[in-house]
Design a protein around this ligand. Structure first.
Ligand SMILES: Cc1cc2nc3c(=O)[nH]c(=O)nc-3n(C[C@H](O)[C@H](O)[C@H](O)COP(=O)(O)O)c2cc1C
Length: 316
């Protein structure tokens, strides 16, 4: 196909995450789309590349006390606290819904100890399995002084190795940005045989009401998301892409197609939209069509041709 012809062809948006083929690179981020049941009134969720579910833990979790959300300049602080119905109810009530949505889904797994992650994955596997598992390592490890799993490379390695030994399904490590060097987690994920990494989870943040001098959230701190964190997320995707070959699912403040394209150029194979859904519930559809238009305009036949093409020699 010559350049003129390819300019007008419909670009191929399919991407691969391990053994999963996604119809396009646009997914919705964990915790921002429930279990997929609430958004059909806005758009056909079957058109998404994939759905990342809200966290699933071994036992049901009520989450943190309220207030748990606070709007910040160009972003949002949350301390939802991984509220979820637990794996048994997830299997019974949510998997049938997820299986009916017409796209693939990946379950976001959390735990207080490594054995909790194992229990969740084993339970789901016993019940027929999920298309893929995303391991959220931003939660506190109660056996490690309460520190986020992702902050201790040894614990990350043990967690990833253990989970890799119990399932052949696609395993995605959801990395925490609350570290000095995120590439450490990326390398561990690749070395442990994970299929992909999600970059990034929320950044730890805080907002104080100056009249009461209390936190705006019931907990002192929360996770910052939305456009405010996008430049940090793009930088972290780029850093990870420089050291690993496994696919990266970029996220942090994506609302428009331009935002998603920036992540792809930085090295992401796919992207996730989270807080953007609060700003514009239709935005995933606009992001899909905007990526397609951009590829066509630039004479690119496949979205993969754009991944990791940042031209940083000419950066100012
Ligand atoms: C309200 C809320 C709940 C979230 N819950 C989870 C979760 O359960 N598991 C997880 O791995 N990430 C969770 N996240 C993080 C998002 O999946 C995403 O990585 C992050 O918010 C950055 O993307 P965004 O700026 O597009 O929201 C949550 C984010 C928000 C805003």
């Amino acid at each position: 196909m010559n350049h003129e012809q390819s300019k007008h062809a419909i670009p191929d948006l399919t991407v691969r995450i391990g053994s999963l083929e996604l119809k396009n690179p646009v997914t919705v981020a964990s915790g921002c789309f429930g279990y997929g049941e609430e958004y059909n009134e806005f758009f056909d969720v079957g058109l998404l590349g994939a759905i990342f579910t809200k966290a699933v833990s071994k036992e049901p979790r009520l989450g943190n006390p309220t207030p748990r959300l606070w709007e910040t300049p160009a972003g949002m602080l949350n301390s939802i606290g991984l509220q979820n119905p637990g794996v048994v109810t997830f299997i019974k009530e949510k998997i049938p819904i997820l299986n009916s949505l017409g796209t693939t889904w990946i379950v976001n797994v959390v735990g207080k100890a490594i054995r909790d992650y194992v229990a969740v994955v084993m339970e789901i596997e016993k019940a027929g399995g999920a298309p893929g598992y995303e391991l959220n390592i931003s939660c506190p490890n109660v056996e490690g002084e309460g520190m986020e799993f992702g902050k201790n490379p040894k614990v990350v390695e043990e967690l990833f190795t253990t989970l890799r030994s119990i399932t052949d399904k696609p395993l995605i490590g959801k990395l925490t940005p609350n570290v000095t060097d995120i590439t450490l987690q990326a390398r561990i994920a690749e070395n442990c045989g994970l299929d992909a990494i999600s970059v990034i989870n929320t950044l730890s943040g805080m907002a104080i009401d100056i009249e009461t001098r209390k936190s705006r959230l019931a907990k002192p701190t929360g996770g910052l998301s939305g456009p405010a964190i996008r430049p940090i997320a793009v930088r972290m995707v780029w850093e990870c892409a420089n050291v690993v070959k496994i696919p990266i699912i970029g996220q942090g403040g994506i609302v428009r197609a331009e935002d998603a394209i920036e992540f792809i150029i930085a090295g992401a194979t796919a992207v996730s939209i989270g807080t953007g859904l609060w700003l514009d519930p239709d935005c995933p559809m606009n992001v899909i069509s905007g990526i397609s238009d951009y590829l066509a305009r630039n004479g690119l036949a496949h979205v993969g041709e754009l991944t990791g093409t940042a031209n940083l020699d000419s950066a100012t």
